[in-house]
Design a protein around this ligand. Structure first.
Ligand code: MG
Length: 407
């Protein structure tokens, strides 16, 4: 049985960078969706792909796949701690290791593997996400999960915990099967029905991969989107597949090419993504070059969606206004509950408020004018009046009465 693969990755219409990574090698296919600020996401997703690239598709089994995923987890976690700007980085990983008509899937996070067999599409992986778990417990429907505000919260990732527990499953393949690996930039933007419709078209895997990415962009392109499509065919002559371009079965392709900078790999013989995609595909321009002007002009604002930045500004402004309003209200309450003794029109008087002005506004006003003139006071009494000590209302009234009684 032959394998023909197609792949595509795009940063989408909102994100400035592409933190997804993929690996395509005959018999070994990986999609990773990285997370973490300051480019940590792309570092984590690429580290995971690089670690799995060391597997030999012909001889590796479940144990080797498990160990490679565990190693990737350890390496990402160690680097996250060692390099402060990468702290907290992590990645999903969905991988397919294929030989002898069997696929072994390794899976952590909310990227997905689907199998199109005959007419029907089946999701092979469980989403390790908050909404995914709610759906499995019957507390959310898939339709509710698809639009839930917390749908991007994942419950398992590589690099974020000391140990990882990848799902490993083995499936026997049949001729004509089509396998899809994708990041949530596809499944979050495109319905399963639409994905199935695209995969059922009689196009080669590369055309299918391109069409799926276009569907994700058409659906809003709010996230990085990466897809790998693998067909199980009787020979390798199916047009439009990557294997036409890859004469050497050991060749490794990693992407995406639209990260915006070149990277080097720690794996000997591992291709740099920007050069790898262009050199490998030859007749096709790299994906970043095919980005539409509309996509380029809307890709602004850090690693976050532009609308997210705008919303953050609005929320921040609202919080500032609210805090100021609360502060003014609290001050008004405080100011109406303090009193002091001073003079008004030459008479000793009781004031409500603070003995001060703010921006030209007096913060206090006379609430009771006494019957004793300031000039008639003894020195020690004047001292008491001039001190403007803050007192309670009743104490102030008692003071005025006391002065009158001493006259
Ligand atoms: Mg994503």
């Amino acid at each position: 049985m032959g394998l023909v693969a197609g792949f595509a990755s795009h940063r989408g219409l909102v994100r400035q960078t592409n933190e997804d990574s993929f690996l395509v090698r005959k018999g070994l296919y990986v999609v990773c969706d990285g997370m973490g600020g300051a480019r940590g996401g792309e570092v984590a997703s690429q580290m995971a792909c690089e670690r799995l690239a060391a597997l030999s598709p012909d001889s590796a089994g479940k144990d080797e796949l498990h160990d490679a995923i565990a190693d990737a987890n350890d390496s990402i976690a160690a680097r996250s701690v060692a390099e402060p700007h990468l702290l907290g980085m992590g990645t999903t990983l969905t991988s397919a290791l294929i030989h002898d008509e069997t696929v072994i899937l390794g899976h952590v996070g909310d990227s997905r593997a689907y199998l199109l067999r005959g007419e029907s599409l089946r999701q092979l992986t469980d989403d390790h996400s908050w909404v995914g778990e709610m759906v499995r417990r019957g507390e959310l429907t898939p339709a509710e999960a698809a639009i839930h505000p917390h749908r991007s919260v994942i419950t398992r990732a590589l690099g974020t915990e000391g140990e990882t527990a990848p799902d490993l499953l083995e499936i026997d393949l049949e001729q004509g099967d089509r396998l899809l690996l994708c990041s949530d930039g596809l499944s979050g933007m495109v319905s399963d029905e639409k994905i199935e419709e695209v995969l059922r078209r009689p196009d080669g895997p590369q055309a299918a991969a391109d069409a799926l990415v276009q569907a994700a962009l058409g659906g809003g392109g709010e996230d990085n989107v990466t897809v790998v499509v693998v067909d199980f065919v009787t020979d390798d002559d199916q047009p439009g597949g990557v294997s036409d371009d890859i004469a050497d079965d050991d060749a490794v392709t990693v992407g995406p090419a639209d990260r915006g900078e070149e990277r080097t790999s720690s794996v000997p013989g591992f291709m740099r993504p920007a050069l790898g995609m262009g050199a490998r595909l030859g007749r096709r321009p790299p994906l970043w070059a095919r980005q539409t002007p509309a996509a380029a002009s809307t890709a602004v604002g850090g690693g976050k969606p532009a609308h997210w930045s705008r919303r953050r500004w609005i929320v921040t402004a609202a919080v500032v206004v609210l805090v100021l309003a609360l502060a003014v209200a609290a001050f008004a309450v405080f100011n109406s509950n303090v009193y002091y003794v001073g003079t008004a029109d030459g008479m000793v008087a009781l004031y409500q408020g603070l003995p001060a002005t703010l921006l030209g506004i007096h913060l206090s006003s006379v609430v009771e004018l006494g019957t004793v003139s300031y000039d008639s006071l003894a020195a020690y009494q004047r001292e008491r009046v001039d001190a403007h000590d803050l007192i309670g209302k009743e104490d102030g009234q008692a003071f005025l009465r006391g002065l009158a009684a001493l006259q």
